[in-house]
Design a protein. Structure first.
Length: 313
């Protein structure tokens, strides 16, 4: 195994709430009230939809609010990894990952293990630079037992709900989490901070139409069938754990721009790097090799204001 490279569950596609849209020459996230399931292919028009998206959309009348899923592992922490993450906003690479107790931080002196005071108490987290960041891997359908779709979130509601559900379901099922028939469901709520507008988050529940007793019965039957066939779930969990621990940070370089676009839109001010760190923010607009038409027009207009034409005699 290549050292320093986190081995994550194989990904077949993405699950998201909302999309990234182009506005005034900038790509910005736009929230939605439904799920979108895409492949891993992105074109100039956006992410290419996965075939399962069309099927679920037909079954649910146009909007995907629930997705039937199974989990890959019995260990909740392998299915859903959540931590505090601080990303370099110029490269998109993670610079510091912590759990509120300890963290791994990339510095000018290399990777260091340090105390993690959580974003509220960390001077590096000012300006919303550090956020809770979770990744949920789920299987959709039975075509690929080990292939998964990943849902990424920085929302407290999704992270708290998913963490609680996974822990409770593992306990209720007698550590048969990977055998339960489940679904992820989109839920909405209003808060004082949202000024009455609904905000959406993800929940994980038993599949629609099944009672707890029926779901547990199905999980027990599937677990016995797999054991009789020689399926070793405990060994699979162990292999996944070793793979994740093989690298300092889970997200790879090719996922960096995706993370920036979806969770770290353009900030109004520049975050200045601190001594001994590599943290800094440069607008993605400034990093583009060629300016957009909107930018050229704005530059031209600014030039006319700074240097008006002389009056005609």
């Amino acid at each position: 195994m290549i050292k320093g490279l986190a081995i994550t569950p194989p990904v077949l596609g993405r699950i998201s709430i909302g999309k990234v849209v182009e506005k005034n020459g900038m790509r910005l996230p736009e929230k939605d009230d439904q799920f979108t399931i895409t492949s891993q292919v992105q074109t100039r028009d956006g992410w290419v939809l996965h075939p399962v998206d069309e099927q679920l959309r037909k079954d649910q009348g146009g909007k995907i609010r629930t997705i039937p899923v199974r989990l890959l592992f019995n260990d909740p922490g392998l299915n859903f990894r959540a931590e505090y993450c601080l990303f370099d906003r110029t490269s998109g690479r993670p610079l510091c990952v912590g759990n509120g107790d300890t963290c791994k931080r990339s510095t000018s002196e290399g990777l260091q293990s340090l105390p993690c005071p959580s974003p509220d108490g960390c001077p590096m987290a000012k300006g919303g630079a550090c956020k809770p960041y979770g990744r949920l891997n789920v299987a959709i359908g039975d075509d690929d037992l080990l292939g998964s779709f990943v849902f990424r979130t920085t929302g407290f509601n999704s992270i708290r709900t998913l963490t609680a559900r996974l822990s409770y379901l593992q306990a209720l099922s007698g550590n048969r989490l990977a055998c339960l028939p489940l679904e992820i469901r989109l839920r909405g709520k209003s808060t004082r901070q949202s000024h009455g507008a609904p905000i959406y988050y993800v929940d994980l529940i038993l599949r629609t139409g099944l009672s707890m007793e029926e779901a547990l019965s199905q999980a027990n039957a599937l677990d016995l069938t797999r054991r009789d066939a020689g399926f070793d779930q405990a060994a699979l969990d162990t292999a996944a754990q070793k793979g994740l621990l093989n690298g300092a940070f889970e997200d790879s370089d090719d996922e960096a721009e995706q993370v920036l676009e979806e969770f770290y839109p353009e900030a109004p001010t520049t975050i200045q790097p601190q001594a001994g760190s590599q943290i800094g923010y440069i607008s993605r607009k400034a990093r583009r090799e060629k300016p957009t038409l909107h930018e050229l027009i704005m530059q031209r207009a600014q030039g006319l204001q700074d240097h008006p034409a002389p009056p005609n005699n």
